[in-house]
Design a protein around this ligand. Structure first.
Ligand code: GLN
Length: 537
């Protein structure tokens, strides 16, 4: 079994996760079984309790683990199915070590960062190796070299590589090579210093992936090679992509990164066939059609808050050979300026998941605008609850209908807490989480789109459709097209007499990939394109 460790230097947000994922794509296409893992040095047990301002999106796995958004990249770029084993935080490590200490596992020893914390980190790599039986495990270490909290992780991977041998483990360091306009030059000093920092700890990278805005010329490559002590072919240009993150695997392939990785790890595999991936890029760069869709949210200024939603929309576009321009609409602006002003000329409206009251009325206005003007609507989790509240207020004339999340005293609580949630007091990991089965109604739009009647989708919520109102809704043309197998929980709703109005209590965006666009997103973009076709911009 082979191990690749990906670290980052100079600054954060360099796309280490994307680099790891893109390398995963290439290795998978060489016929290798790949597993990807992320270590996060913060003390939260998982990111589930963090605000999107702190962390961006929380990515949910089949087993209900709430994880870092890089795991979303891993699943989108490869065919791996991740579990909670694939994301380790310092919080989890310390929790285990402290529980062990209380249980007396350490037999009277002083419990220390080395070896107890580092052993726990190494264990997690071994555990994943055992569980997945992968040929190659790619482990990404979050944070930036030089961070105090990252040190135990770096020490652990240094020890790990020594133990399995350098034929079986390599280090890839992702750095930044800034272009200084005034000098008209790319500068290598930050990279040199970051690698020096790593070597101080005892890690000598085999490959340096250089994020840059301009191509690395020969001279710059030679300088990095010389001063960072890596062969020239180990200096990889990771220039900002022109169109899409999905160009990354092809870019790394052009730099022969996968080739070098395989040689360093003594893996004999054929060169990857990336024809299908090239076709994806073709559709992204030169699509036959184009459409604009609006995403109405409250974290609109934050690029990472709706990561998987934006990606799934793009995938829906790929599935229709259709370029999608995503218009990010702040729900509060709809409250101020009206839906017509903010959403006019848009092919489809999507309301994603969310928590808390801010912007709720704006989202309700967006759902109303979509329903009344027959504009395609896709609601995700909170987006389904919003559609429900809107329908209750406007069509059923249930004044002040609401979710008890936002108005505990609503006379018509059409969305309310799940029974199982009423007793919950702790915040971490206590929502309805992970993959659950959903039965789709025969003849429903959802059934047609999926082409199947039982689907498994990922959840992350506490509130549900209130069954006391089912009959009333049904009579007025609100269709419950997806239910939990016992029929008790509403999972998908849609509207009669509307070209495309679907919303789900689950998060379909977590299961979409560029090479397997999710059926709901594919259907949404097709409908949006159809809509704009009839009413050109
Ligand atoms: N806040 C809602 C709930 O908890 C929706 C959650 C979500 O959109 N992920 O049910």
């Amino acid at each position: 079994m082979k191990f690749i460790f990906v670290t980052g230097g100079v600054v954060s947000s360099l796309g280490k996760g994307l680099t790891a994922a893109a390398l995963g794509t290439l290795l998978e296409n060489r016929g290798l079984k790949v597993a990807l893992q992320k270590f996060d040095p913060y003390l939260n047990v998982d990111p589930g309790t963090m605000s999107p301002y702190q962390h961006g999106e929380v990515y949910v796995l089949d087993d209900g683990a709430e994880t870092d958004l890089d795991l979303g990249h891993y699943e989108r770029f490869t065919n791996v199915k991740l579990t909670r084993l694939n994301n380790l935080t310092s919080g989890q490590v310390y929790q285990t070590v402290l529980n062990n200490e209380r249980a007396g596992t350490y037999l009277g020893k002083t419990v220390q960062v080395i070896p107890h914390v580092t052993d726990e980190i190494k264990n997690r790599i071994h555990l994943l190796a055992e569980k997945t039986k992968a040929d190659v495990i790619i482990t990404e270490i979050g944070g930036t070299t030089g961070d105090i909290e990252g040190l135990p992780f770096l020490e652990a991977i240094r020890e790990f590589a020594l133990e399995v041998g350098y034929n079986n483990a390599i280090f890839i360091h992702v750095t930044y090579v800034p272009f200084i306009k005034a000098a008209g030059e790319l500068k290598t000093k930050p990279t040199q210093q970051s690698v020096a920092k790593l070597r101080e700890i005892g890690i000598a990278p085999h490959i340096i992936a250089c994020r840059c805005e301009k191509p690395l010329d020969k001279e710059v490559r030679q300088k990095i090679s010389m001063f960072c002590n890596v062969p020239l072919e180990g200096v990889i240009e990771a220039k900002d992509v022109d169109h899409s993150i999905y160009e990354m695997p092809l870019m790394l392939q052009r730099e022969r990164m996968d080739d070098l990785v395989c040689r360093l790890l003594h893996l004999t595999t054929p060169a990857p066939n990336m024809a299908h991936w090239q076709e994806i890029i073709r559709k992204l760069i030169a699509p036959q059609h184009r459409v604009r869709v609006g995403v109405v949210g409250k974290y609109i200024g934050l690029q990472d808050a709706y990561k998987s939603v934006y990606e799934a929309i793009i995938h829906g576009g790929i599935g229709n050979d259709c370029g999608v321009e995503i218009v990010q609409v702040d729900a509060e602006e709809i409250e101020k300026f009206g839906a017509d002003k903010m959403l006019k000329g848009i092919g489809g409206i999507l309301v994603p998941g969310g928590f808390g009251e801010r912007g709720i009325e704006g989202k309700i206005l967006a759902a109303k605008y979509a329903r009344e003007n027959k504009i395609p609507y896709l609601g995700l989790c909170l987006g389904m609850q919003i559609a429900t509240i809107e329908f209750a207020r406007s069509v059923l004339k249930l004044e002040k209908a609401h979710s008890t999340e936002f108005d505990e005293n609503s006379p018509h609580p059409v969305i309310a807490l799940l029974d199982a949630q009423r007793k919950v007091t702790k915040k971490g990991g206590t929502m309805r989480l992970g993959a659950q089965a959903c039965q789709l109604a025969v003849g429903s739009m959802a059934g047609k789109l999926y082409g199947s009647f039982v689907v498994h989708e990922r959840h992350r919520h506490r509130y549900e459709f209130n069954n006391a109102y089912r009959e009333k809704f049904e009579k007025a043309g609100f269709i419950f097209s997806g239910l939990s197998p016992d029929g008790k929980l509403v999972e998908v709703i849609e509207l009669k007499d509307h070209p495309f109005y679907i919303a789900s209590q689950f998060h379909p965006e977590f299961l979409s990939k560029p090479h397997q666009p999710h059926p709901l997103f594919k259907g949404f973009i097709a409908a949006a394109h159809q809509h704009i076709h009839h009413k050109p911009l």
